[in-house]
Write a protein that binds this ligand. Structure first.
Ligand code: ARG
Length: 456
């Protein structure tokens, strides 16, 4: 096929080289950004008298008709073209004739692709923020549904202190709030226009980069042309934000998988979000959660791949950079899918609050409260800690829990123990006494929900 850039070479590239070089398979999804960018470029050229107003109108109408035909499937994107930018320019010229050849004045594919990608990702960031918000709402709703259910809180995956299930769920809502923050922050640096940097050095035409940037909804323009065409920090930043988001989903997945096991039986996922086994009839597997955990590795791979691709590149544009798109697109697609599946999975999840409570009663998770009881009656904490440990040890060897050990046995350890001890080590008391800001009491959980709702 004859190349648009034929001239310096005869452009008789090998078929295999064409296939290897081509990016249209994956950059075709930026057709809309490419067309929108080109329309703004045409009007900038006209405003600066580089082309006439009539020519800009013809270019703009031609481009708009291409957009419409792609969106209504009247026009199929030709995968034999090198990339989406070439395809659209070629299609434009075939529709409107020689005027089409004026569009690429005072720009290069290098600033064009940087522009398209920023525009595309700004929109993706908005979509992902939106889906993350929906997931946060689903989590808040679950927390409200099971607001007072008590479960064991763990450290080292050992039962540590009782917490509210709602408190544990909400911790993920706070993580996701930070993810939203990070995405919005990365969008700020994406919101700077590279168009007009041209191939690498700027242009001799009297262009108006500010006009073009403003038309396209950018807040600022890149002030160094070499930087403008070679910067992919915005991809790396977004990939980092997405990796962290996936890390959070992966940690929640791990809990969901554990909680769904027979060993825990704290929750049950809806049949709509689980699968069976082809051989073991009793199985109900948390495949969705497992897949999210698995896909986290894939998004990390996209991040590391992009960082590695960029690390040795001299200025300015290098073809290596074409590899940016598959990584960032894959990460966006993966995260969007994971969020969609997660929203439904959380919305339909059921909790077995009795099992949680039973587990909370079994592991001496009120031992800290026992020590606090003595401390509040005047014993130094370290001594109270030691006595409480001895009492736990006695209970274990004699088959008691702290709630069932008789008061006389307690008194043998310290005179400070009185009947009110049992109220103090009751799990409900343990939870609801923890009124410190951010603690696990109902009151605190209600404040957290209020905060989240106000800040969403
Ligand atoms: N398809 C290319 C990319 O995605 C567009 C830029 C091509 N520029 C060039 N000088 N060959 O990076």
């Amino acid at each position: 096929m004859s190349k648009m850039w034929a001239g310096r070479t005869s452009a008789q590239t090998a078929k295999i080289a064409d296939d290897f070089n081509s990016s249209i398979r994956f950059d075709k999804r930026m057709y809309k950004e490419d067309i929108t960018g080109s329309i703004a470029h045409a009007y900038m050229l006209a405003k600066q008298n580089i082309i006439s107003k009539e020519e800009a109108d013809v270019l703009s109408q031609g481009l708009a008709s291409i957009l419409e035909d792609i969106e209504t499937s009247k026009l199929e994107i030709d995968l034999n073209c090198e990339d989406i930018h070439m395809f659209i320019e070629q299609e434009l010229t075939s529709r409107i004739g020689d005027t089409g050849k004026k569009l690429h004045t005072a720009r290069s594919r290098n600033d064009q692709v940087a522009l398209d990608l920023r525009m595309y990702l700004k929109n993706e960031a908005d979509i992902i923020v939106d889906k993350t918000k929906k997931l946060i709402f689903a989590i808040i709703e679950k927390a409200q549904e099971y607001k007072s259910a008590i479960m064991p809180g763990y450290t080292h995956l050992q039962r540590a202190q009782p917490v509210l299930f709602s408190h544990q769920l909400l911790s993920y809502a706070f993580m996701l709030m930070r993810d939203i923050d990070r995405l919005k922050d990365s969008k700020k640096r994406m919101n700077v226009s590279p168009i007009g940097c041209c191939a690498l050095a700027g242009t001799t035409y009297d262009t108006d980069r500010y006009f073009e940037a403003e038309k396209l909804g950018f807040e600022k323009i890149v002030l160094n042309s070499l930087d403008g065409v070679s910067d992919r920090d915005f991809c790396v930043e977004m990939l980092s934000a997405l990796s962290i988001l996936m890390m959070h989903l992966s940690r929640l997945s791990e809990e969901i998988i554990l909680w769904s096991s027979w060993e825990f039986k704290f929750i049950e996922l809806s049949d709509a979000y689980t699968t069976g086994s082809s051989i073991m009839p009793q199985k109900k597997n948390s495949d969705m959660a497992e897949l999210v955990r698995g896909k986290t590795g894939r998004v990390y791979g996209d991040l590391i791949g992009t960082l590695t691709m960029l690390k040795g590149l001299p200025l300015a544009y290098n073809k290596d950079m074409q590899e940016d798109k598959e990584s960032i697109f894959d990460a966006c697609d993966t995260v969007k899918m994971c969020l969609d599946v997660y929203i439904g999975m959380i919305e339909t999840m059921k909790a077995f609050t009795d099992n949680m409570k039973k587990a909370a009663q079994g592991g001496f998770i009120n031992a800290t409260d026992l020590a606090d009881y003595l401390t509040k009656k005047g014993m130094p904490f370290r001594s109270a800690y030691k006595i409480s440990g001895e009492i736990v040890s006695k209970c274990i060897s004699e088959g008691y829990v702290l709630e069932t050990l008789p008061l006389e046995e307690y008194k043998a350890f310290s005179d400070l123990f009185e009947e009110d001890l049992f109220e103090e080590i009751d799990l409900n008391t343990c939870v609801n006494k923890r009124k410190s800001v951010g603690g696990t009491s109902i009151e605190s959980v209600e404040n957290q929900i209020k905060y989240l709702k106000e800040n969403l």
